[in-house]
Design a binder for this molecule. Structure first.
Ligand code: NAD
Length: 424
């Protein structure tokens, strides 16, 4: 029999800002936090909207709309990526900045959450246009960011090169070389070893812990990954190196499946010049939605928000869902999956490796002293394991799911900082 929500999925809010507020309420109520603390946590402190002109190659001008949301800086400067995507909305950017606050809290970083977004599909523009689009956005937000204020990073459809252009624009505007204003930069201008792999590496650390917890061997564990960008592609490679069978992957154009495991090296080759469906002779082609419902040990959503909702949660068969993407499961989906006993590694933990190594990059920039890749990876491992254990122990103590536990771990730290600063 279908549930009410399954027959009438319209009742479910897919607005990420509403979703994060609900997640805050759930955790704050268990902790019995004072109302004024909850009210502060449920709103970004500052939100900037910009409209900026970019000259296109044919001489015409296009005006782009973008946002920077700064949620809560009780624990330190704000930190969070910049996304270029046609579906960016102000509410999405606000929600993403709030998830960043809780993510930084979970892994114990001295940061609050920020996030930026520009409504644009960079795939439709030339390299030169993308450079002007990137520099233009940094020019528009330059007074709101800074190494001790708000430190952006890459996110969907932005990368190290975009960060390099933005750092250069900021440095020129301020008249001082400022690598600490942004992370995820190329190595030659203050990037950190290990940063490009960090989100996936952190996610894989949590997957290994979850498999151990469920007494499931890592070798031959079956994996499906939705999204084959920075997070998904690297996770596929690391897991296949560990002996897992990555049976399905997808990108925005569709997906592929092979029951004995895909050749990830070959898939990465295909993606570097086109899309994953260019892969030679998979067992079958699948849609990105079908991928979510495969009978696998671990499902990794590594693309966009709201892909698992009340409409499909019942059909998701994975034993572990490791959220590399931000916000892939709605609260309704969470309820269904938790009832089924699915172990969800929530985004604020599962993809926290990225911001953790961004923090290491910033520390290196401020101290002008650079670490080896082993130092970066060892410190990342330590942070991820500590956070995983902390979340697990709160989940056990209060008999709550891991997302609620992760929010609780974080909220306690933020609430203490707000109290110590005299905000409440
Ligand atoms: P990316 O731009 O490198 O890759 C995004 C991938 O998703 C691409 O392969 C694209 O084809 C695919 N995609 C887009 N729409 C899709 C759809 N409907 N179905 C299947 N695939 C689709 O982005 P990324 O940096 O890998 O980010 C992916 C997710 O991970 C986002 O939610 C992001 O917020 C999150 N994240 C990224 C980082 C990071 O360091 N890059 C850190 C934390 C969280």
């Amino acid at each position: 029999m279908q549930s009410m929500n399954e027959t009438n999925p319209k009742q479910e809010s897919l607005n990420p800002y509403e979703i994060v507020k609900e997640q805050i309420d759930i955790a704050a109520n268990i902790l019995q936090l004072p109302k004024n603390i909850i009210e502060i946590l449920k709103r970004p402190k500052r939100v900037l909207t910009v409209n900026y002109p970019v000259k296109l190659d044919d001489g015409t001008i296009e005006v782009f709309e973008g946002y920077r949301s700064q949620h809560n800086d009780a624990l330190g400067p704000l930190k969070g990526g910049i996304r270029f995507h046609p579906d960016v909305t102000l509410d999405e950017v606000k929600a993403l900045s709030m998830w960043m606050t809780f993510k930084c809290g979970v892994v114990g970083l001295p940061y609050g959450g920020g996030k930026g977004g520009v409504i644009a599909d960079p795939r439709n523009y030339s390299l030169a246009e993308r450079e002007r689009m990137s520099r233009g956005f940094m020019e528009a937000i330059a007074d709101f960011v800074g190494p001790d204020k708000d430190i952006p990073a890459p996110d969907v459809y932005t990368n190290a090169q975009v960060m390099g252009w933005m750092m250069d624009t900021y440095s020129k505007l301020k008249g001082t070389y400022s690598p600490g204003v942004i992370t995820g930069k190329p190595l030659s201008i203050g990037g950190s070893l290990g940063r490009s792999e960090a989100t996936a590496r952190g996610c894989v650390i949590t997957i290994k812990e979850a498999l151990k917890e469920l007494n499931m061997p890592i070798k031959h564990a079956t994996i499906a990954i939705q999204g084959f960008g920075n997070a998904g592609r690297v996770a596929a490679r690391l897991l296949s190196d560990l002996g897992c069978k990555v049976v399905a992957i997808s990108d925005s154009r569709g997906g592929i499946y092979h029951s004995t495991g895909l050749d990830i090296g070959a898939a990465i080759e295909c993606k570097s010049t086109g899309c994953v469906t260019d892969y030679a002779s998979p067992e079958k082609y699948i849609t990105s939605e079908e991928l979510l419902e495969l009978d696998v040990d671990v499902l990794i959503p590594a693309a966009m928000e709201n892909v698992i909702t009340s409409s499909n949660a019942r059909r998701v068969k994975a034993k572990i869902i490791a959220e590399a993407a931000n916000g892939p499961c709605t609260p309704e989906a969470d309820r269904v999956l938790n009832d089924k006993g699915t172990l969800i590694i929530p985004d604020v933990l599962g993809n926290a490796g990225g911001v953790t190594v961004s923090y290491f990059e910033w520390v290196q920039n401020l101290s002008h002293f650079y670490w080896t890749e082993k130092e970066v990876n060892d410190r990342l491992y330590e942070k991820m394991i500590t956070a995983y254990e902390e979340v697990r122990s709160i989940a056990d103590k209060y008999s709550v799911d891991r997302r609620t536990a992760a929010f609780m771990v974080s909220m306690l730290k933020i609430a203490e900082a707000m109290e110590d600063r005299g905000w409440v």
